[in-house]
Design a protein around this ligand. Structure first.
Ligand code: SAM
Length: 242
């Protein structure tokens, strides 16, 4: 096995006789053996498409009320970055349906999810469905008829919203993850056309602090990077005909 910063070694041989909590020396470095959890699985995950990180995933999960037992739909799955966050909160009574149109991305996402499954104490019922989001409605409905939440992270969310809206329960929510403002605007308009109520839109800004060399703590020198604009809309009951 080759790990950046540590070099090449045989992990099984190296760890033999050691337990969680022990310290071990690898080359010049002294390391602690810890139990793997979501942060460890994410740090070593394979990446193909751009992943949703903790900053945005944490907000999406909390704001949408996703938790133990929730039924969640995501498209596209990509490298499984968001799916890993979702899997860690859904518990074994939850369900996640992930849709991905590109098999080479699905393969990377699946390998990351398989590794996470090995370390989490509970893992949801997970279905990875290959195909275009707007064309796999039947396969998605086969695994779950109504979802509590749907998260769209693909280039043209407005093109798939119409196929997702019927799969949401009344009171369920959809989130669109939009790197650009034009994607946000078109998604917003599409939500309104479908009768979805836009509840929250904006971006989550993260500003890291560091310890100053002359003492004190202060904002670091790194730039505040942009990830995406978020739009969260809720499904209400249809209006009664007059
Ligand atoms: C930015 S990536 C998703 C990243 C993922 N949310 C994560 O956190 O790792 C977007 C993915 O959507 C897929 N995709 C694009 N259009 C799609 C569509 N219409 N239906 C299904 N998947 C689609 C792409 O192949 C790509 O893998």
């Amino acid at each position: 096995m080759k790990i950046r910063g540590l070099g090449r070694f045989d992990a099984e041989n190296l760890l033999r006789g050691y337990s969680i909590g022990d310290r071990i020396t690898v080359g010049q470095k002294s390391l602690t053996i810890v139990e793997a959890w979501l942060p460890e699985a994410r740090r070593s995950m394979a990446r193909r498409a751009q992943v949703i990180g903790a900053k945005d995933a944490g907000f999406i999960v909390s704001w949408m009320g996703i938790g133990s037992g929730s039924k969640v739909l995501e498209g596209g799955h990509g490298s499984g970055g968001l799916a890993m966050h979702l899997a860690s909160v859904l518990g074994k009574s939850g369900l996640l349906a992930s849709v991905e149109s590109r098999p080479e991305h699905a393969e990377v996402g699946k390998s990351n999810m398989d590794r996470l499954r090995e370390v989490l104490p509970e893992f949801p019922e997970w279905h990875l469905i290959g195909g275009e989001m707007s064309e796999v409605g039947e396969q998605v409905s086969d695994v779950c008829e109504k979802f509590d939440a749907a998260i769209i992270d693909l280039a043209e969310p407005w093109k798939v919203l119409a196929s997702i809206e019927p799969m949401l329960r009344i009171g369920g929510r959809v989130a669109c993850y939009c790197p650009t403002s034009s994607q946000l605007e078109r998604s917003w308009e599409s939500c309104e056309d479908l009768g979805l109520i836009v509840e929250w839109s904006g971006e989550i800004i993260e500003r890291r602090w560091s310890k100053a060399s002359k003492g004190g703590v202060r904002p670091g020198n790194q730039p505040m990077g942009h990830t995406a604009f978020l739009l969260i809309a809720g499904k209400i009951a249809p209006h009664e005909e007059e």
